[in-house]
Design a binder for this molecule. Sequence first.
Ligand SMILES: Cc1cc2nc3c(=O)[nH]c(=O)nc-3n(C[C@H](O)[C@H](O)[C@H](O)COP(=O)(O)OP(=O)(O)OC[C@H]3O[C@@H](n4cnc5c(N)ncnc54)[C@H](O)[C@@H]3O)c2cc1C
Ligand SMILES: C=Cc1c2[nH]c(c1C)Cc1[nH]c(c(CCC(=O)O)c1C)Cc1[nH]c(c(C)c1CCC(=O)O)Cc1[nH]c(c(C)c1C=C)C2
Length: 475
Amino acid sequence: MTTVAVLGGGIGGLAASYYLCKNPQVTKVIVLESSSRFGGWLWSTRRSDGAIFEHGPRGIRPAGAVGRNTLNMVEDLGLSGEILPVTYSDVASKNRYLYVNGRLCRMPSGISGIVRTVSPFSRPILLSMLSEIFVKKSKQEDESIHSFVSRRLGAELADIAVDSLCRGVFAGDCRKLSIRSCFPPLYKAEQHRGSLTLGLLLGSGPSAVVPPGALAQRSVKESWAQWSLKRGVESFPECITEYLQQSGRVQLHRDAAVTQIQPSASGWKIRLEGDGVVSADHVIAALPAKALSSVLPPSCQPLIQQLQDISTVTVAVVNLEYDGDSLLPVVGFGHLLPSSEDPGLLGIVYDSVAFPQQNKPNGQTTRLTVMMGGAWFQEAFGSPEAVTEERLLARATEAVQRHLGISAAPCWSKVALHQDCIPQYHLGHFSRVESMRAFIRKNDLALSLIGASYDGVSVNDVIFSGRTAVQELLS
Ligand SMILES: Cc1cc2nc3c(=O)[nH]c(=O)nc-3n(C[C@H](O)[C@H](O)[C@H](O)COP(=O)(O)OP(=O)(O)OC[C@H]3O[C@@H](n4cnc5c(N)ncnc54)[C@H](O)[C@@H]3O)c2cc1C
Ligand SMILES: C=Cc1c2[nH]c(c1C)Cc1[nH]c(c(CCC(=O)O)c1C)Cc1[nH]c(c(C)c1CCC(=O)O)Cc1[nH]c(c(C)c1C=C)C2
């Protein structure tokens, strides 16, 4: 008989509530969300004419244990018919670009992409991969992604390809991000096989066992590279919320900001903005690390300090729609810029190529999303509090004109400033997270830490962190 309070109604908190709901040991689940909607960064605009625009994640990967786990959940929620798959043979999977030295260059992919010298690189990637086999394994506990890749594959791949990749996943600086926490399979490949190339060929250790349901099996059969949902990614949290409401065991509270949590004889007393107080046997904290640090009691000081040490970056997301459907000089998923090209401009997604089903029906339009800022926000735009929407829109349209040659004014646009939206796993992140969980165990706190701040930022990782916490709690 357990009452569990879930702090935060982003995808992490909702996923944890979903798994709690499946277990008869849990009597009551109380979800407390400070904003007026559930879903956190999963946020879609559905225009009245049928066009869909994503302001947060747009593509979820089906691969691996965490990808299968999410698809099993999607299937269980009855969302299989809503899936929009992008297969490996689709142009949006085959073509991804880098904007380097003022030109769009297709990222090398497939065998032909690695055996030949392709611009902007000065030698075939295969050569770097072969010489990598003979590079000695590092004894360091952790290393920056840039240092790891320079050491093993050479400075050029680190400066251009990996610098861009880290901007396209973490909006972060590969010179500060940790290889061990951001790309665990690469770290493990070096540790277990002594080489990334050998790790790629032979595998680099066991991963979680998640049997595939029918939808996950379909994703393999049809070779999905990523997927979205017809009515936008936000329909995922909407559907979980509906499922939780129907379960009869979950209380969902919006506009319920948690201000303090205090240990009590039987668990926790949770204070809300206004005068509300909620009691629970266990707390699953699905808040960003800094938000959690500000609600913990002073007795948790070491934990508070470590939570505050997990920094975040701010990203400006500008959705643009242009009249005309053949405006792009290239087709593909989009392009990224290495930080040396233009620090403040991270990349542009060609949404109408990957998900043409979300264009205005019968309309000939091009939809793009420009992503800016990240680890370079302050240097490019100054304080997020002071920057204007006009300035962000002007910077985005100017980039579209310069990179893609589209000089017409957009027929529709939306600017969103996502403050502190992506946690940065800097050097030593893994030991910080280990030490936080050790503090919780040592002090016998009925508290689980889940969400993007700890064990992976992708939607799949966050959902899996909810599932793992519930399994540990109820095992
Ligand atoms: C622009 C962008 C693009 C992305 N693209 C992708 C992608 O393509 N693929 C992918 O897999 N992932 C992507 N991600 C990452 C992924 O979307 C996030 O990591 C994930 O949604 C984080 O979920 P969460 O539940 O951990 O956190 P959040 O979504 O931040 O949820 C936390 C919730 O806690 C609430 N909260 C905060 N303080 C309090 C309080 N005191 N009391 C109560 N509630 C509180 C917040 O309002 C919020 O709803 C992207 C992220 C961004 C920002
Ligand atoms: C330009 C900024 C960003 C773009 N997407 C994100 C940012 C910060 C966020 C993001 N993108 C991906 C993930 C999930 C990773 C995962 O493990 O599933 C997150 C949090 C997916 C992704 N997008 C790109 C790559 C290479 C990846 C990694 C997984 C994969 O290979 O699919 C490329 C990419 N992202 C953006 C652009 C413009 C772009 C261009 C090619 C936008």
